[in-house]
Design a binder for this molecule. Structure first.
Ligand code: F6R
Length: 607
């Protein structure tokens, strides 16, 4: 997704703009650009491709302006190209703008502006905004008033940063449904799409709400509502620094983040398990009496977070007897869900900015549901809009493929299910066993990580393959869905996950000598059934790698890995580790860029 940086300072703007864009590279992009204000003129440079191409263009330029904006573009309207890259400027070259989001009514606005004599250079939706700014500036002769008019006309999502030779010291900012954080030091005011881009400058930040306007002016920031009334905002201090966002000695962020899981899980559990029998979630204290009023629970998310939801919903239903439903956020809005004030809706999102998940959350609120967000990014949009938020404490996740965010989501979902069970009086011996097991997870994962070489060897089975099959039942099915997604996204090997019992209803037609089947059978009540399905694939020549528990081994499989003995409900957390490592090493064998897989973005802020 697009990344934005902006600065108004008493020193040169370019170093901040470029380092910030570098920190936002994880969001995925296909071109980059900057504008600074030099001697009352706009200086704009853009380049298709990597940020390095832009840096190369700027190498022999003397860029001394103190005010500027930067952008990495992830194409939505118009192909990746220099012309479609941001910043976009008005015809008089006096206003320059960067945009993240989608302007949904851009066609209608474009037609009107063309009739008014505006010339468009790009195919983007964003360019309409700069011409609209120009149009309203000509009417109001005031940039802030023009911006207020612009946000009353545009529909869709946006984070906008605008500079102009008309008011050369300032950056004008507005946002709706796209992330933007603002920071301040004594001599610079800065803004960016995400916290890592500004952390080297300041840890003191403001979060802009939808329809609010901010004006950066060399160390000061003024905030206004959409009608231009001055408002005050609270400063938040970010509790981590950019060290946490570096590779820490690993070759890639993905490998670092896989290895961080014992720590991330310990952090996520910290203060939330009391003794051997109590879950503490102060975030939900005022909800305790409400749980008995829910007659169903919906779990909604995208991608990996959706897979975490499949496990979470299964566990909540088992522990609390509340019927649960899981839905991909991109479907939720359009499937006319039967939800009301008796529905508990749980939204899971690492970034807390995913457009589909945000739209689903808003629908649930409209229908009167109680909403709980599970998010990793502090102050993210989802956490500000949901009734309650429980944070996963995974720390910044930089690799595009989610690893530690996924396992910490599983942990929070488990804690939530147990907390509700506790509130409803369902604690029993099983409940206590689970609590003991949860506390042991960081240590168990450490032990699994010691077998990394084994998983690297398992990845060799994928060396010459273009496809792989993952099978499991019940909770193991959610695990294999995530294992297959990981393989697809980082190694580009086509992987499908099937309910093991469904194989014989169709997919088994694909199995031939040499096919690779990765099977997960960790649930004692159904492991034997999955094992029969494994035998059916072996009979047709498949090579099988099996992840299972003691006592469930099978003859004729190529590899068997026995997972540590914990309560079956906790196995999804453990088996995630080898499945992530197989995907990681398969990507290495195939020569893929694991941290930035093609076509993917870390924060998906468009529907
Ligand atoms: C896959 C992955 C994505 C995200 C999905 C939702 O590794 O990271 O599938 O899980 O885009 O993102 P969040 O959790 O930020 O809402």
């Amino acid at each position: 997704m697009c990344g934005i940086t902006a600065i108004s300072a008493t020193k040169e703007a370019l170093p901040f703009l470029l380092q910030g864009l570098e920190k936002l590279e994880y969001r995925g992009y296909d071109s980059a650009g900057i504008t600074t204000i030099e001697n009352h003129r706009l200086f704009t440079k853009k380049a298709k491709g990597r940020l390095q191409n832009l840096k190369d263009l700027l190498k022999n330029e003397s860029v001394t302006g103190h005010v500027g904006i930067g952008h990495t573009r992830w194409a939505t309207h118009g192909v990746p190209s220099n012309l479609n890259s941001h910043p976009h400027t008005n015809n008089a070259d006096t206003i320059s703008l960067v945009h993240n989001g989608i302007i949904e009514n851009y066609r209608e606005l474009k037609d009107i502006l063309i009739l008014q004599g505006y010339h468009f250079q790009s195919e983007t939706d964003s360019e309409v905004v700069v011409h609209l700014m120009d149009y309203y500036y000509n009417k109001t002769h005031n940039l802030q008033a023009a911006l207020q008019k612009v946000i009353s006309r545009i529909e869709g999502s946006y984070a906008l940063c605008i500079v102009s030779t008309i008011d050369p010291d300032k950056v004008y900012i507005a946002k709706k449904d796209s992330p933007l954080v603002i920071g301040k030091t004594d001599n610079a005011s800065v803004a960016a799409s995400d916290i890592p881009a500004i952390l080297d400058y300041t840890k003191d930040v403001y979060f802009l709400n939808d329809y609010e306007i901010a004006i950066l002016d060399k160390g000061s920031v003024a905030f206004f509502d959409k009608d231009g009334h001055s408002i005050s905002k609270e400063l938040t201090t970010i509790p981590y620094d950019n060290e946490a966002a570096k590779k820490g000695g690993y070759d890639t962020f993905m490998l670092k983040e896989i290895h961080e899981q014992p720590h991330a899980i310990a952090e996520t559990l910290r203060g939330r398990v009391e003794g051997t029998d109590r879950i503490v979630l102060p975030e939900l204290n005022n909800m305790k009496d409400q749980f008995k009023t829910f007659n169903k629970a919906y779990f909604v998310a995208c991608g990996t977070a959706y897979h975490a939801c499949l496990s979470g919903a299964n566990i909540l239903e088992r522990l609390t007897k509340i019927p649960t439903f899981t839905q991909a956020a991109s479907e939720f809005r359009y499937c006319d869900p039967i939800i009301d004030e008796k529905t508990l809706c749980i939204f899971v999102s690492q970034s807390g900015e995913t457009a589909d998940t945000m739209a689903a959350l808003r629908l649930a609120k409209e229908k009167g549901c109680t909403t709980i967000a599970i998010a990793n990014v502090l102050g993210s949009s989802i956490s500000r809009e949901a009734d309650h938020t429980i944070y996963t404490c995974a720390g910044p996740e930089i690799a595009v493929a989610s690893t530690k965010a996924y396992t910490t989501q599983l942990i929070v979902l488990l804690l939530l299910a147990m907390y509700i069970a506790q509130a409803l009086g369902y604690e029993n011996e099983h409940y206590k066993r689970i609590i003991e097991g949860i506390a042991s997870l960081p240590e168990r994962i450490n032990n699994i990580l010691k077998d990394e070489k084994l998983f690297e060897n398992y990845a060799q089975y994928l060396k010459d393959l273009k496809d792989a099959y993952y099978i499991g039942r019940g909770l193991d099915y959610a695990s294999v869905l995530e294992g297959a997604l990981k393989l697809k996204e980082v190694s580009y090997v086509h992987a499908d996950a099937y309910i093991a019992g469904e194989l014989k209803h169709g997919p088994i037609a694909l199995i031939e000598p040499g096919s690779l089947v990765i099977a997960v059978a960790t649930q004692p009540n159904i492991a034997a059934k999955t094992i029969s399905n494994i035998q059916e694939t072996i009979a047709r020549g498949a090579n099988v790698i099996l992840f299972t528990i003691d006592g469930q081994e099978v003859g004729n499989v190529k590899e068997t890995y026995i997972l540590p003995k914990v309560d079956p409900i906790l196995q999804s957390v453990l088996v995630a580790i080898p499945l992530q490592l197989i995907a990681y090493y398969a990507a290495g064998i195939k020569g893929c860029d694991v941290d930035k897989p093609r076509n993917l973005a870390k924060s998906v802020t468009v529907e």
